[in-house]
Design a protein around this ligand. Structure first.
Ligand code: NAD
Length: 495
């Protein structure tokens, strides 16, 4: 049996380069959302385990920070090679743990690999400055070094690449890491990283992985005094709480939070191309993407045709278990998420919207209480209806009409979030005007909002977060500068 299969041993924490059971001896079951069967057990860490992880991280960091850039780059490169070598097993793990289809699994590998490739360039690109001085005879040197210990708290929806985008640059820059994955993705968001790094020359203690319930160890992780940066990806409500704890401790909060992304289609857009993008942007990984389309905002002249085409496409999608090869729409992560999104659909219909298709769970052979939700299209939606004003995080496409550009922009911006968005238009200058006026960190013209390229800054504004991920933007958050000046000749003081 492979060490990377779901049947392998995942029951121990990774602290100081060693596998160790949780102090309490307790474990948490991992349920496969497609089959609803328990497929693995992971340790339930306590505060003492968390403390041990930070102690190891702080201890290991000093020496790791002194490792030459080529050595740190080589370790991240080795991680990339290990990920590639185990990619089929990792895709399978994602299917078992979070109900990811083959498309989701392969996309996760591709994005995580992109982050690894970019992170491997950081050690050689991390540079200080030499600045002129206003004071005669003074030389200014600005050194750039790692912050110290970086805490990474990641969500379950795309666990592999969302942990990778923080863990890999942090390690590349000479920090050590304590990684706390979501309770729904302890393996692919956490323990897997330890196994992959074991195939590299990373010294023990630089990466530590603690799995456990956010409600039990989350506060300890977010507020640990050894932590210098808290890199959190997750919901806005938990993020606000975590940022508060990090702030009390004067650790830098790097927060990537929820979204409510608009997909705007003008009257002269290529409708087939727009619907193609919309189908992917709404339904990939069952809509459980922070940057997926939450709301379709469509010009009234093409509204009916758009709804008809989108409904047709939604009905054609292969729905079912993540373990079936052709599945596009697999299971929702758990019952509470599924029930919440179905409630949003029900409330939206009660408020006057039309259910074009979907709105129910789909039966899966041999599974009691299936977590698969049918791809759902809702028309006659207004922005205040439940499926539109909440981050539904499901395979749900509420379609809202608009009559002119000002109204489209107003609808798109009528949310506390500001993460991603997209515009389809036949006129690039109109598309650009709408994109410029959309209050979001990312907007994509003639595409859909799900994009992440490791060398391009990625950020949310408003309730979608503080700080930036990727490349130089994230490098600034996980490093600090130190100004050293040298007074080469005697300085004249006023007294
Ligand atoms: P969540 O906020 O419930 O959990 C995120 C992480 O926080 C998990 O690891 C969880 O265990 C942990 N946590 C829970 N309580 C904690 C506490 N008290 N202290 C510290 N950590 C605690 O989010 P989720 O359900 O895992 O993920 C879905 C959410 O994440 C959605 O809102 C989605 O939009 C957002 N998200 C944002 C981005 C982005 O880049 N902006 C990317 C992916 C997901």
């Amino acid at each position: 049996m492979s060490d990377f299969s779901i049947d392998a041993d995942w029951s121990e924490l990774y602290v100081d380069g060693e596998w160790t059971p949780a102090e309490s001896g307790e474990t948490i079951d991992v349920e496969d959302p497609s089959t609803r069967e328990v497929v693995a057990e992971v340790p339930s860490a306590s505060g003492a385990d968390v403390n041990a992880a930070y102690e190891a991280a702080a201890e290991a960091q000093t020496e790791w920070a002194e490792a030459p850039p080529a050595q740190r780059a080589a370790v991240v490169q080795q991680f990339l090679e290990a990920l590639q070598a185990h990619s089929d097993e990792v895709v399978d793990l994602l299917a078992h743990e979070v109900g990811g289809s083959a498309i989701m699994g392969e996309t996760s590998i591709q994005i995580a690999s992109d982050h690894a490739g970019e992170a491997a360039t950081l050690p050689r690109r991390m540079k200080g400055e030499h600045a002129e001085s206003n004071i005669p005879g003074k030389e200014n040197i600005v050194e750039r070094g790692p912050k110290g210990v970086v805490t990474v708290i990641s969500p379950w929806n795309f666990p592999l690449n969302l942990s990778a985008r923080a863990v890999l640059p942090a390690i590349a820059a000479g920090n050590s890491v304590v990684l706390k994955p979501s309770t729904n993705s302890p393996i692919t968001g956490g323990l897997l990283f330890a196994k992959l790094f074991e195939e590299t020359d990373l010294p023990g203690g630089v990466l530590n992985v603690v799995t456990g319930r956010g409600s039990e160890i989350g506060d300890r992780v977010a507020s640990h005094p050894e932590s210098d940066v808290v890199s959190f990806t997750g919901s806005t409500s938990v993020g606000q709480h975590v940022a508060g704890l990090a702030g009390e401790n004067l650790a830098v909060p790097a927060m990537e939070l929820g979204g409510n992304n608009a997909f705007v289609v003008t009257e002269d857009a290529d409708l087939d191309r727009a619907v193609d993008a919309a189908t992917f942007g709404s339904f990939v990984h069952q809509g459980q993407v922070c940057i997926s389309i939450n709301r379709h905002v469509v010009h009234e002249d093409v509204y009916d045709e758009y709804v008809e085409k989108l409904t047709e496409r939604a009905e054609e999608l292969a729905v079912g278990s993540a373990h079936e090869g052709g599945t596009v729409v697999g299971p929702i992560i758990d019952e509470s998420q599924r029930d919440e999104m179905l409630e949003y659909v029900e409330e939206t219909v009660e408020a006057g919207a039309t259910l074009e298709t979907g709105g129910e769970t789909a039966d899966i052979d041999g599974v009691d209480d299936s977590l698969v939700v049918e791809p759902t299209v809702l028309s006659d939606v207004t922005n205040d209806m439940a499926a539109a004003c909440n981050e539904h995080f499901g395979p749900i496409a509420p379609v809202i009409p608009f009559s002119d550009v000002d109204e489209a922009v107003e609808i798109a911006n009528d949310t506390e979030y500001g993460l991603s968005g997209a515009v389809h238009s036949g006129d690039l200058s109109v598309a650009r005007e709408i994109a410029d006026r959309m209050e979001t960190g990312n907007v994509h013209i003639n595409d859909q909002p799900i994009n992440d390229e490791a060398h391009v800054p990625f950020s949310g504004i408003g309730a979608s977060g503080v700080g930036e991920y990727n490349s130089d933007a994230f490098l600034r958050e996980i490093t600090e500068t130190k100004w050293i000046s040298v007074q080469h000749e005697p300085r004249e003081y006023p007294f």
